[in-house]
Design a protein around this ligand. Structure first.
Ligand code: ATP
Length: 338
């Protein structure tokens, strides 16, 4: 397990058109064993920040500390050694297309000086973990996107990393495959106690898997904290925007109890202050629990919701009080339904 501390990190690129300030005084604290999401729109500085975490990009100012040691103090040789502790996976997998799956996973082990039999044994164990032992002799071109990412994950695990950096690792995948890769990352986090940093532009990914999140815009961290806290009480405009765009379509969520047996019914009234955001959809996404809409009579009047709805919660739900609270916090009046 390792922790990462980003202190006052700035990164400026010089281009023909002038200077680009990709990171502006970024401060982050990523705890050991966290699954930490970094989210923002294109150009927010996410990739630059994650590349600073293993010094593939050297910050123009500030420090990156892994387990309290500043990467800036390391020699090139020490840095190479330190990087073995930090695995990385990418959106487009970056596999060696001329090598089969087994050899792709063996590659970092050969670089470490492992002999072929030892490397192959370990690579096969890793392929077992990612559920691809039967594809050891296949070539990347013969695999689906999800399978390619599993190979990339096995390869990243080959050097027994303590940190795994994932740069848009599910952006090229469909919702169902995204969900299975996120499950695998969660398992890996728990099984190997690896700290995972996930760069994404999809709030659904953060919601599904991350414990903590930092929200970036224009090279700055606008908001950071516990995922549940930010989903329930977003403060920055960018957090509110990202949450309201989260329709749940990016990740297939498997609801364990799809059938709603009749539980408590409530009437909710969209009052003057209710913004017409998908409050009910977000409620279901956040609490991972279906609700029945028994009656809906609402209209969008210039961005303000008007009307009422009758909702029914699941029988024996333990979340009813919190769900009602969530609805009230979003400007809805709650009453009893007949
Ligand atoms: N090597 C570079 N040279 C010049 N400018 C760069 C370089 N790398 C990144 N930038 C600029 O820095 C800013 C942040 O880029 P970065 O790739 O970190 O953002 P991002 O949030 O990861 O975006 P995306 O989701 O599109 O990958 C952008 O304006 C980008 O053009």
């Amino acid at each position: 397990m390792s922790d990462i501390l980003i202190q006052n990190v700035c990164k400026t690129f010089s281009t023909k058109e002038g200077e680009v300030q990709a990171l502006k005084n970024v401060n982050l604290s990523i705890g050991s064993g966290d699954i930490f999401g970094i989210i923002g729109m294109s150009g927010a500085g996410k990739s630059t920040l994650v590349r600073c975490m293993n010094f593939l990009e050297v910050p123009s100012e500030g420090q990156v500390l892994i387990d309290g040691k500043s990467l800036g103090d390391f020699s090139e040789k020490e840095l190479r050694k330190e990087r073995e502790k930090i695995g990385m996976i990418f959106q487009h997998f970056n596999l060696l297309m001329q090598k089969n799956v087994l050899e792709n996973v063996c590659f970092p082990l050969y670089i470490q000086g492992k002999k072929k039999p030892e490397a192959r044994k370990k690579a096969l164990e890793l392929l077992e973990i990612v559920g691809l032992a039967d594809k050891a002799n296949a070539y990347p071109a013969q695999l689906s996107g999800g399978q390619k990412q599993r190979v990339a994950i096995a390869r990243a695990l080959a050097s027994d990393p303590q940190i795994l950096l994932c740069d848009e690792a599910t952006s090229a995948l469909d919702p169902q495959t995204t969900s299975s890769i996120l499950e695998l990352l969660k398992d890996i986090n728990q099984k190997f106690q690896i700290t995972i940093v996930i760069i994404t532009h999809q709030m659904a990914v953060v919601r599904e898997i991350c414990t903590h999140v930092a929200i970036m815009k224009d090279g700055e961290v606008k908001e950071q904290g516990l995922v549940a806290e930010i989903f329930n009480h977003p403060k920055s405009q960018v957090a509110k925007e990202l949450i309201s765009r989260d329709t749940g379509a990016d990740v297939e969520h498997v609801v364990t109890k799809p059938e709603i047996q009749s539980g408590e019914k409530i009437r909710i009234v969209f009052s003057e202050n209710s913004a017409f955001e998908p409050v009910i959809a977000n409620l279901v996404l956040i609490f991972h629990e279906p609700v029945n809409i028994l009656k809906a009579d609402t209209k969008n009047v210039g961005g303000v919701a008007k009307g009422e709805m009758i909702l029914q919660f699941m029988k024996d739900s333990s979340n009813v009080a919190e769900m009602k609270e969530y609805l009230k916090e979003h400007g809805l009046e709650i009453g009893e339904a007949d």
